[in-house]
Design a protein around this ligand. Structure first.
Ligand code: HEC
Ligand code: HEC
Ligand code: HEC
Ligand code: HEC
Length: 425
């Protein structure tokens, strides 16, 4: 009896032909349904962005995901994300993009240009849980691959009341693929607070008058860095203005350092990271048609009076100086609502010199080339006999197109952008 049973078991489970059939069947299934048979996908998440985000901010990496299989390959076609945070994602988040890390071997720094967007189109949340489909299925394998969940905040996002945004994968069903996904719960980003822009903008002219305290984005109340050793400054100049990063207009710094150094505070955001407006690349333009990137000076200054003159003799601004940002802008006050925070003091100085504001509306606005003529005196102007700015006397060269009444100085065929001047026509 026992012998027969043993014999029976042996023939059923160890017969070479049956083993062969089992293996063949498994192979057949694996070929028929690629991925489904064996691969299990595992997902790891790291929180990237911390702190706050401002309206219009782009390329914010919320989460970095690393996906791999235990064996074989799997096809990943889409990801589901859930709203996370107190604000309503539908108007707050302008777009959600998933990027694949293609920047270089071992380099896991996100780059909006070097890494590859794999979402079909910039889409955003339509419901609390939204599926974002890829332009092509992603093949996952045993080699871990890195992906980024990247947000663009709506430029008109509501910043009142400290609302927050975030991204979350609630569980494994949020990874939509042809294979099993290892169980997880709540892989999520940090909760990012929506904050107003650090200074006035056209739409929001004077945040400093409100209850917000935005001074801290640029000034450190305690432990301000000491710029003395780096810039060879002494006494109270070293930490004057208790700025978090350098911003200088003094000739002793501006003449001897690149603008990336003395405009560092402004360029820390205006390089396309803290603000979507990238002035840094304009200041550093290498386009051969751009003769004056950074609104450069063309010779040494000679005047020590006027609007923002050099400190005093013997200090002069040298030729080739890229102008400090606040020669034109003033981030503290824009009570007159001048265009793009152009300095109120500049307006007051020009009017004080007899400049006739073309539309007499009490501020520098975008019309009538006011943004240029507030400094550059027309050659046929009679009401204002002198305009000295930054140590330079500014008159427009007598040229037919200048004399016949100026218009559209910033047109692409004329001088173009104020931060990268073209004078080759
Ligand atoms: C902490 C980041 C940050 C810093 C530092 C910063 N900015 Fe800005 N700035 C922004 C943001 C954000 C906006 C709004 C536009 C946007 O969302 O990109 C803005 C807008 C502006 C505007 C346009 C205003 C308008 O009416 O449209 C000007 C001009 C400007 N900044 C100048 C400066 C200058 C000059 C400095 C240095 C003193 C500076 N910024 C420093 C983030 C910053
Ligand atoms: C976007 C950056 C930024 C923000 C925000 C900001 N400041 Fe400033 N602040 C500067 C810079 C740059 C200077 C240096 C100006 C200069 O060199 O003339 C400065 C200088 C000052 C000075 C010294 C003025 C002087 O003549 O030296 C005071 C006082 C000051 N800030 C107060 C404030 C207060 C108060 C707030 C908030 C209500 C604020 N700042 C917000 C960038 C900023
Ligand atoms: C010679 C004057 C001048 C200097 C110097 C200058 N700007 Fe401007 N900036 C302007 C003018 C004028 C505009 C408005 C341009 C327009 O609307 O056509 C402007 C616009 C801007 C804007 C808004 C752009 C937009 O698309 O909304 C930002 C941000 C800005 N400047 C930042 C800076 C920073 C940062 C620096 C220093 C690195 C700087 N500016 C230096 C004159 C200047
Ligand atoms: C804050 C005052 C100010 C404003 C506003 C301003 N500029 Fe200038 N600009 C200067 C200074 C200072 C120079 C250097 C002058 C020099 O080296 O002789 C300069 C130089 C130039 C030059 C080079 C030619 C030259 O004189 O060397 C051109 C072109 C120019 N600006 C065009 C413009 C245009 C276009 C605008 C408006 C978008 C504008 N500027 C707004 C102050 C200003």
């Amino acid at each position: 009896m026992t012998a027969r049973l043993r014999l029976y078991r042996k023939s059923a489970f160890t017969s070479p032909s049956i083993i062969f059939m089992l293996i063949a069947g498994a192979l057949f299934l694996a070929l028929l349904l690629p991925g489904t048979a064996s691969a299990t996908i595992s997902v790891a998440s790291e929180q990237v962005k911390r702190g706050s985000a401002t309206p219009g901010m782009d390329n914010i990496v919320m989460q970095r995901l690393v996906l791999k299989t235990d064996a074989g390959t799997a096809q990943w076609t889409s990801i589901k994300l859930s709203e996370f945070g107190t604000s309503d994602a539908t108007p707050t988040i302008e777009s959600v993009k998933i990027y694949k890390e293609t920047n270089g071997v071992g380099d896991i720094q996100f780059s909006g240009t070097a890494d590859t967007s794999i979402t079909a189109a910039p889409v955003t949340f339509s419901t609390e849980e939204t599926v974002f489909t890829f332009s092509a299925a992603q093949t996952l394998s045993e080699t871990p691959q890195t992906f980024y969940i990247v947000y663009h905040i709506n430029p008109l996002a509501n910043t009142s009341g400290g609302q927050t945004v975030g991204s979350r994968l609630a569980d494994e069903s949020y990874i939509i693929a042809d294979s099993t996904v290892e169980a997880f719960t709540n892989l999520q980003s940090r909760e990012i607070t929506l904050a107003s822009t650090p200074h006035a903008t056209g739409a929001n002219p004077s945040p400093f008058a409100s209850t917000t305290n935005l001074c801290q984005t640029c000034h450190a109340v305690h432990l301000a860095p000491d710029f003395g050793p780096e810039f060879n400054l002494t006494g109270s100049d070293r930490t004057r203005r208790i700025l978090k990063q350098p911003y200088f207009e003094s000739t002793s710094v501006v003449n001897y350092y690149p603008s990336d150094t003395y405009n560092a505070l402004c360029l820390s955001c205006h390089d396309g990271t803290g603000s979507f407006v990238d002035i840094k690349s304009k200041y550093n333009s290498t386009n051969p048609d751009i003769e004056y990137p950074g609104h450069q000076t063309s010779h040494e200054s000679t005047h020590t009076v006027g609007y923002k003159p050099p400190n005093a003799e013997p200090f002069k601004y040298f030729s080739g100086t890229k102008m400090p940002c606040m020669a034109c802008h003033d981030i503290h006050t824009s009570n007159r609502r001048s265009h793009k925070m152009l300095s109120d003091k500049l307006y007051e100085y020009a009017v004080g010199q007899g400049w006739e504001d073309p539309n007499a509306n009490g501020r520098i606005d975008a019309e009538n080339d006011e943004i240029c003529l507030v400094c550059h005196r027309r050659s046929d102007e009679t009401s204002r006999t002198v305009s000295i700015v930054f140590g330079y006397e500014l008159t427009l060269l007598s040229k037919p197109e200048h004399d016949e009444g100026i218009s559209a100085c910033t047109d692409a065929s004329c001088h173009g952008d104020p931060h990268e001047l073209n004078i080759n026509q």
